[in-house]
Every structure is written in structure tokens, then in C-alpha cells.
Design a protein around this ligand. Structure first.
Ligand code: A3P
Length: 319
């Protein structure tokens, strides 16, 4: 099997060598155009591997997002919802970064013959940044398997991404250059706009399978609505008794930015510390606000991005 895996790796490497390439800040972040999107080098082989091998289960719930649009929050909320009866005051989210609670398709399911490896039957969640059209076929085709997508204003997404890159590789990340590349669609898993549109269309075609959420809505409306909506979509609606006990409220508070960002594990911990992909947990908790773009984008930049959104999204509901 090692032979098999070696053969696959050679096959993927050969394929990658033929793809259009865009140099980025580090070789790992170099982008390759594949299936109409730009993927970072560090995940590309794994992406090709899961596309061929991953077998979704009918109970799976796949959390999908473009990076920096609220992935961590969505992981925390869905994890807290699906494990709400398993833990008393010792909830794993109090001592584990949300990314450690939900496996990541591009990292955790690679090169395993047994595709159920690493999967807790009690926990149907997994996460990915793959665009809809690049998801492993079995996720789309499996009848029961569901998808939850979160997106966010591209202006705030870009600002969040820029700060994240600085945390990841240190100073010297030019905002103007990040802006240009993001707008051209040449960002990790970009184009951002095509990423959003893919899931938007899928949610219109099959709203039972794809739940389409927006960070700003969840943040500004009383987001208890979304805690309940998520639980219903996940086929784990709150019972009357749970409502009486204030369970949705407790989940919302547990997963709030204020609570999670203040926990020791998220202030000082590091996840995937034992791999080359280790990242400080605090990189995932910055401000958690709407509209921070106003502190970073010039008026011209903001208008340029809004123009792209109008062109790409037209007048459809989401814009
Ligand atoms: P900012 O950089 O604007 O603060 P992702 O989880 O997809 O990597 O996105 C990270 C963004 O979500 C960051 O945005 C981060 O602060 C914010 N975030 C993290 N946890 C959150 C939470 N519990 N509630 C709201 N926003 C959160």
C-alpha cells in the first residue's frame, strides 16, 4: 500500500507540474490553478488524494467555507450542538481549539485506506475549504450527507486574511498586493466570488442538502436564531425541555468570540503542533467584528471590491 501511495504521489506531483502557477509569499503558499480555482501548494496533493479516495457517509455534515469567513465559529457552533448531551461542565471546547474538534478534509483524511479512519460515528462533522465543484463526488452524491456553508463580506475576508498571513509568516505582507491578487481571484481557494457562487447555486438547487449562511447575519441578528437553525438542519433540533433549560443560549455563549478568544487554549495554544502545519491558535481569533475593512481599505479599494461583487453576484438575494 505504501507502493500505491507512492505511485499516487508521483502522479499528483506530475500533474501539479503541468498546472499554471502563481508565486506567493512562501513556496507552500504558491498557488496552482486546478479545476478553475487557485489552490495552495501545501494542500494540493492532499486535495487530489481526497477527491479520489474520500467516501462520505450518509450521516456526514460537511462544513464548507472560504478561508477567514467564520470557519472557526461554525466549527465551534456545530460541534457544541452535536455534542450537547455528552459533556457537563467539561466541554471540550473549553480546552481544545475548535479546529481540533472537527477534522479537516484536506489534512486528516489523506492517504488512509480505511476512509472511516479518524471518524467518530457520534460526530458527523468534517470541514473543508474546497469549492463546491471540487468536493469529493461522494459528498455531493451521498443522499443523507449535508453541507453547511458560511461566507462573509469579501472586504472583511481580505482584511482578516492579511492579518492571518502576517501572523503566519511575519511582517512584510504587502496589503496592496494581497488586495490585487484577491480581486483577481488569485488567493488560496479563490476566486472568493466563484467559491461563494458555487455554494449559493447548490443551496438554491437543494436547500435540504446545502445550508447557506452569512457571517454578518449570524453576528448581527440575534444569533440564537442561527443556533436553532443549525440544530434543525443537522437533524438535532432542541427539545422543549432543552429550550426551557436555555441550552441554545448556552451554546451561543460558549461559542461567542468573547468567550472562545479569552480561553487559555486559544490565547497560548498551538494546533497541529506535531506537523509542519502547526499554527498558533490565537491567529484564528482577532477581532471578530463586522466592518473592520473601513480601517484598512481606501474608498477606491472598497468601491472596486463592491463592483466585483455586483458584477459577480448581480442582483441575486445574497448581495
Ligand atoms: P477577523 O480577522 O475579522 O477578526 P476563519 O475561522 O474562517 O479562519 O475566520 C477567522 C475570522 O473569524 C477572524 O476574523 C476571527 O476573529 C473570526 N472569529 C473567530 N472566532 C469567532 C467567533 N467565535 N465568533 C465570531 N467571529 C469569530
Amino acid at each position: 500500500d505504501d507502493e500505491e501511495s507512492k505511485k499516487s504521489r508521483t502522479k499528483y506531483k506530475d500533474l501539479i507540474a503541468t498546472l499554471p502557477k502563481e508565486e506567493r509569499l512562501t513556496p507552500d503558499l504558491d498557488l496552482y490553478e486546478y479545476q478553475g480555482f487557485w489552490f495552495p501548494y501545501c494542500y494540493l496533493e492532499s486535495i487530489m488524494s481526497v477527491q479520489e479516495q474520500f467516501k462520505a457517509q450518509s450521516t456526514d455534515i460537511v462544513l464548507c467555507s472560504y478561508p477567514k469567513t467564520g470557519t472557526t465559529w461554525l466549527k465551534a457552533l456545530t460541534f457544541a450542538i452535536s455534542t450537547r448531551n455528552g459533556f457537563g461542565d467539561n466541554h471540550p471546547l473549553l480546552t481544545n481549539m475548535p479546529h481540533e474538534c472537527v477534522p479537516f478534509l484536506e489534512v486528516d483524511f489523506v492517504h488512509h485506506d480505511d476512509t472511516t479512519y479518524n471518524r467518530d460515528p457520534q460526530l458527523p462533522l468534517l470541514a473543508t475549504h474546497l469549492p463546491y465543484t471540487s468536493l469529493p463526488k461522494s459528498i455531493i452524491e451521498s443522499k443523507g450527507c449535508k453541507i453547511i456553508y458560511i461566507w462573509r463580506d469579501p472586504k472583511d475576508t481580505l482584511v482578516s486574511l492579511w492579518h492571518f498571513l502576517i501572523k503566519l509568516i511575519g511582517k512584510g505582507v504587502c496589503f496592496e498586493k494581497e488586495f490585487d491578487q484577491f480581486c483577481q481571484g488569485k488567493s488560496s481557494y479563490g476566486s472568493f466570488w466563484d467559491h461563494v457562487l458555487g455554494f449559493w447555486k447548490a443551496s438554491l438547487e437543494n436547500s435540504e442538502k446545502v445550508l447557506f449562511l452569512k457571517y454578518e447575519d449570524m453576528k448581527k441578528d440575534n444569533n440564537l436564531f442561527y443556533v436553532r437553525r443549525l440544530a434543525e438542519f443537522m437533524n438535532q433540533p432542541f427539545s422543549e425541555e432543552e429550550e426551557d433549560k436555555g441550552v441554545p443560549q448556552k451554546i451561543m455563549e460558549l461559542c461567542s468570540f468573547g468567550n472562545l478568544s479569552g480561553l487559555e487554549v486559544n490565547k497560548t495554544g498551538k494546533h497541529r503542533a506535531d506537523t509542519g502545519l502547526g499554527i498558533n491558535n490565537n491567529a484564528y481569533f482577532r477581532k471578530g467584528e463586522i466592518g473592520d475593512w473601513k480601517n484598512h481599505l481606501t474608498r477606491e479599494m472598497a468601491e472596486a471590491m463592491d463592483r466585483i461583487s455586483e458584477e459577480k453576484f448581480g442582483t441575486c438575494v445574497l448581495w
